[in-house]
Ligand binder design. Structure first.
Ligand code: G6P
Length: 606
């Protein structure tokens, strides 16, 4: 993954600006960090293992005007000072940062070694700095040396390079995100827009195979064709996200802030429900004409897709598939011309999702994606995009975007149902429903948080936690378990409650927590109560998230206060105490929920 940033400006102050922007990208990786600043005819580099604050707290340099920065999530080469970016050429006249992975770099490295280049790191990236140097030495100008070095690379890359004695930043992109931000007398680049929102809301989104050069007054973009470049005109897009959304405010962590923002996110979707009419109409037509439908997604978004699959079946009587993105190339061969593929992705940059979409398009499918980040790669690969309107999400563990994904899916299904039944859709009714859920989440949040704080006392001492759900809350059990394991590092698993007896029940012993998601529907309730008793009688510590009126003896209950609960909307409410429990447990254990070990928010490698 990794995050990259570059700033070129006339008025100096570039170091603190790069640090500020880099900190906004720490959610992409935080093993190591570094910056390279052009300092007259030399380049000043400081880098090492650690976070931006740790590595860059004490930079002593007269402030420059042009520089690049990097926050790393290791892929090639261990987490060492030498492997941290930026990487430089032998003569230190070229420095660059990279996000992605290069194939065949061993071959290039050996060739360069034969030509006398000395390598200081184990990374794939360093090869590119030496390639550029080699070409500059042979007399090429900087632009040509840059793009001729990029041309033979295969793999994924977003690269930003600087040269000693120049205020230009050279950029290249293939399969890793890279945006250019436009300022007054200054221009920027970064892995994503969140790093730059405090500087600008005007962006150019680079596409695969493009190279660019930015200076304080100018942005030039070309398409790389073989060894040559052809100039391209790029559209400038304005993004409405406000920089205040990328601030923790008074919250100790982004994750908690984002959990508390959920009622607001639901209101946003409710207020814009008409926006989803077009998608629902296409969906209804696809179902009526017998097209196959497949969701594709990863992580939390995959869990949302399971809710989609459930609602398509329950409400629309339509069969759909839900394919984990990283498995799509193996399992998606059945996709055919005119099939409908629905990727769901917060970032719109998850490499596995993008690869799946490329394959689906090759197979002739129509792709309509549900995405959060404006202008992300997925939006440009898809035939159509619907946005989930959650605003920027920084915490690595997805929370508010999960609710947004569920609310969008629910709205689209309700509207499509009317089309299928030959009625006019009623967006106002859907709006009211989502508004009500928003109120329910808002009014339950303080109490759910209190209960989570208490429960985290015992959960934090456990080794394993099991989550059991049925029907539409089976995905909730998966998502609840994912939240706990990713930020607290306690082993957790979600299961369909009825399936539990086919194996995992053997794991239950005295005191193992089993968290049961109680359906609203009474028939399902009696089934799951039976499952609950199965684990309880074997010594499990039982906790249940339940509708308010349900009485359960000797079970710790989290009662949801909700006047008119419905099964179909319960996942939007039930997941909230599970998010809070994961958060409070992680904090209790002294883990940083915003930066879980080994994980990154945007996984741009396959
Ligand atoms: C990473 C994140 C998860 C996220 C998943 C899919 O693993 O840590 O929180 O759910 O990627 O991300 P996407 O942006 O495609 O929804």
């Amino acid at each position: 993954m990794c995050g990259i940033v570059g700033i070129t400006r006339k008025r100096g102050g570039v170091i603190s600006e790069i640090k500020k922007a880099l900190k906004k990208l720490e959610y992409r990786g935080y093993d190591s960090s570094g910056i390279a600043i052009v300092n007259g005819n030399s380049i000043f580099v400081i880098k090492g293992v650690g976070t931006i604050d740790e590595v860059l707290s004490d930079v002593k340099l007269e402030d420059g005007t042009t520089g690049i920065g990097h926050t790393r999530w290791a892929t090639h080469g261990g987490v060492t000072d030498d492997n941290a970016h930026p990487h430089t050429s032998c003569d230190n006249k070229v420095a660059l940062v990279h996000n992605g992975t290069l194939d065949d770099f061993h071959y290039l490295r050996n060739k360069l070694r034969e030509r006398g280049h000395v390598f200081r790191s184990e990374t794939d990236t360093e090869v590119v700095a030496h390639l550029i140097e080699d070409k500059v030495r042979s007399g090429m100008d900087r632009l040509r040396a840059f793009y001729e070095s990029i041309a033979p690379l295969s793999g994924s890359y977003a690269i930003a390079a600087v040269f000693a004695g120049s205020n230009e930043i050279f950029l290249a992109r293939n399969k890793s995100p890279l945006v250019i931000g436009l300022g007054e007398g200054e221009n920027y680049c970064a892995s994503d827009i969140t790093a730059l929102l405090h500087l600008t809301n005007r962006f150019i989104f680079l596409d695969d195979g493009e190279v660019a050069v930015i200076s304080p007054d100018e942005v030039r973009v070309w398409r790389l064709v073989g060894q040559e470049v052809i100039p391209v005109e790029k559209e400038v897009k304005e993004v409405s996200w406000s920089p205040s959304l990328i601030d923790k405010g008074s919250y100790p962590h982004f994750m908690l802030k984002e959990i508390y923002e959920q009622p607001h996110v639901l209101r946003q979707i409710a207020d814009n429900v008409e926006y989803y009419l077009k998608f629902s109409q296409i969906l209804a037509e696809s179902i009526e004409t017998g097209r196959r439908i497949s969701f594709v997604a990863a992580g939390t978004s995959y869990h949302a897709s399971l809710v989609g699959k459930y609602l398509f079946s329950k409400r629309l009587k339509a069969q759909s598939d839900s394919i984990v993105a990283s498995e799509f190339l193996e399992w998606g061969d059945f996709i055919g011309v005119d099939d409908l593929v629905i990727p769901i992705s917060q970032s719109g940059e998850t490499a596995d999702v993008l690869e799946a979409v490329r394959r689906a398009k090759d197979l002739g499918a129509k792709v309509i994606s549900i995405v959060n980040v404006p202008g992300s790669t997925l939006t440009r690969l898809s035939d159509e995009t619907v946005y989930m309107m959650a605003g920027p999400e920084i915490g690595v563990a997805a929370t508010k975007t999960y609710l947004a994904e569920l609310a969008v899916i629910y709205s689209v299904v309700k509207l499509a149902e009317s089309y299928i039944e030959g009625r006019s859709p009623n967006p106002e009714e859907v709006r009211k429903t989502i508004m009500e859920v928003s109120r329910v989440v808002e009014s339950n949040l303080p109490f759910m948080d209190e209960v989570s704080v208490k429960l985290s006392e015992s959960i934090s001492k456990k080794r394993d936690v099991y989550y059991l759900g049925r029907g539409i809350n089976y995905p909730t059990s998966l998502e609840g378990a994912l939240k706990l394991k990713e930020i607290s590092y306690i082993h957790a698993e979600g299961y369909p409650a009825g399936e539990y007896k086919h194996g995992p029940l053997a794991l239950i012993e005295e005191g193992v927590p089993a968290i049961v998601l109680m359906p609203v529907n009474p028939d399902l309730q009696s089934k799951i109560i039976y499952n609950l008793m199965e684990v309880k009688s074997r010594g499990a510590m039982t906790i249940a998230v339940t509708p308010e009126e349900l009485e359960l003896e000797d079970v710790t209950v989290i009662k949801v206060r909700w006047d008119r609960p419905t099964e179909e909307l319960s996942p939007l409410v039930y997941i909230v105490p599970l998010q809070l429990l994961a958060y409070r447990t992680a904090v209790k254990l002294g883990r940083d929920p915003d930066k879980p070990r080994n994980l990154a928010k945007s996984v741009t490698v396959e």
